[in-house]
Design a protein around this ligand. Structure first.
Ligand code: NAD
Length: 458
């Protein structure tokens, strides 16, 4: 794929120019497009992304140095194939003695959107499909650590849209994104809505902007394995989910709570599948390498919130292969996942580690496992899963944890339609409540009332 940043379409040196061009494009797009012509553009985007899925997977890995290429190909395919289009934009109609009223979905206008380093181009594609479906345009403030590959994607999206009959600059970005450029997007009177996919700082900034905002924030998804679980299924699901793209995903399994009665067997099954089970000594050594702690005046952090506040993953290990992480303590292994048997206060249980090192906590019964999982999730209301043959346990945990995504007997990835039913998104909006976002999330309700059924009564 040929690319020159200086001639890339939709990539602007100044944020003002990007906003103005996007605004102009949105007015033209909405005035001249139909649901049918917009759907044709979305179909063209899906095709272009599928054609170049492998190229983008490699470019993202090269620029960010995070994750695994085969999983990034799968993520690009997922976003292209399963992000819904115009079909979710339903019209409501009331008809009766007093006339007809129609409520349809209208665009916001220009949306300012922010992307994470963990799914940079996948989020661009997902947001673009969802936002263009109803006639919006979007100016992105992309993650600075993925700005080159993001520019390549913006260029491809623009060329594809133009070829499919749409105007240029429906999807734009500023070449050098910073917190200042985001501030200008947030302040601009030409931008009508903000969407942020990333960590808690970003979500806070979006919600404080004074504009309509959608915030898709951090997770720390727990897995619960109860005594009735099919342990082959549980081990296979946890291994696949927690290792996927080196556990970069916000929905990825970050800690396991297993009932005592089946803990040994569950860990043995993970080991049979290829997981590396760390000894107590190795676990201590590795924790010292991969996590770092802020000084807290000598006081030991107590609860989940406190532990998560003071401990942080060490950046050089985030998104790395398990084998490379293990090498840092002298262990040679080609595993995709390292696991450690720890107590509930261990920092890895409460920190969003974003690497394929998974803590497993033994619990005396289902109630203890549920309470610990709820504490570790820390009210993010993001994702969780349970392996169980007891539907009462499933219901009890589901109600108590109340996350946007709740998977039963399969990885949390099932919640975004991966090897499962349902649509996909890369913007899971827990804090603002839109959940699995789609085109509908980026629309306003607009009512047209035909009084007297359209008759002129004199
Ligand atoms: P990040 O928060 O560091 O960065 C995300 C984006 O926000 C970047 O473009 C960054 O420049 C910007 N940003 C960061 N702090 C900001 C602030 N204080 N004000 C304004 N902008 C700010 O996150 P990341 O490392 O790129 O991505 C990983 C995080 O995102 C994880 O916490 C993960 O759980 C979360 N995430 C959530 C979803 C979701 O759908 N809910 C999807 C992907 C990632």
């Amino acid at each position: 794929m040929s690319f020159d940043i200086n001639t890339a379409k939709g990539v602007f040196n100044s944020v003002e120019a990007a906003i103005e061009a996007t605004h102009k494009a949105q007015i033209e797009f909405y005035a001249n497009s139909t649901k049918g012509s917009r759907e044709a553009i979305l179909t063209a985007i899906r095709g272009a992304v599928l054609t170049h899925a492998e190229d983008f997977a490699k470019m993202v890995l090269e620029e960010t140095n995070l994750g695994r290429v085969e999983d990034k190909i799968a993520k690009h395919q997922l976003t292209a194939l399963k992000t819904p289009g115009t079909e979710v934009l339903e019209t409501k109609i009331w008809s009766g003695d007093h006339g007809i009223s129609i409520e349809e979905r209208a665009p916001y206008g220009v949306i300012g959107a922010v992307t994470p380093v963990t799914n940079p181009t996948e989020t661009l594609v997902n947001n673009a499909i969802s936002m263009l479906a109803s006639g919006n345009a979007v100016v992105f403030n992309v993650h600075p650590s993925a700005k080159v590959v993001s520019a390549v994607m913006i260029d491809l999206l623009n060329k594809t849209i133009i070829e499919a009959g749409g105007p240029e600059n429906l999807v734009t970005m500023v070449k050098e994104p910073t917190l200042e450029t985001l501030g200008e997007i947030a302040k601009s009177p030409l931008v009508n809505m903000l969407v942020g996919t990333g960590g808690p700082g970003l979500v806070k900034a979006i919600l404080q902007s004074g504009k309509k905002g959608i915030g898709a924030g951090a997770g720390n998804p727990p897995v619960l394995v109860d005594a009735t679980a099919n342990l082959d299924l549980a081990a296979a699901g946890v291994y696949a989910g927690a290792a996927f793209d080196n556990n970069l995903l916000c929905i990825g399994e970050k800690e396991v709570f297993v009932e005592d009665a089946v803990a040994d067997e569950f860990i043995a099954k993970l080991s049979e599948l290829g997981a590396y089970v760390l000894s107590k000594d190795e676990a201590e050594k590795l924790t010292d390498q991969i996590l770092t702690m802020e000084e807290v005046n000598g006081a030991k952090p107590c609860c989940a919130q406190e532990i998560a506040r003071v401990w942080h993953p060490v950046k050089q290990f985030v998104g790395q292969d398990a084998g490379d992480i293990l090498k840092s303590i002298g262990v040679e292994s080609d595993t995709r996942l390292a696991v450690m048997d720890v107590d509930n206060q261990h920092p890895l249980v409460h920190v969003e580690q974003m690497m394929p090192v998974l803590p497993i906590v033994r619990c005396k019964d289902i109630n203890e496992a549920i309470e610990r999982a709820v504490a570790a999730e820390r009210g993010n209301k993001h994702s969780a899963c349970i392996y169980s043959g007891n539907i009462e346990n499933v219901t009890q945990f589901g109600r108590r944890i109340n996350t946007t995504i709740f998977a039963h007997n399969g990885p949390t990835l099932s919640g975004v339609g991966y090897n499962a039913e349902g649509t996909s998104t890369f913007t899971i909006a827990g804090p603002t409540g839109e959940g699995i976002t789609n085109a509908l999330s980026y629309t306003r309700a607009r009512r047209f009332a035909i009084a007297q059924g359209g008759l002129r009564i004199v």
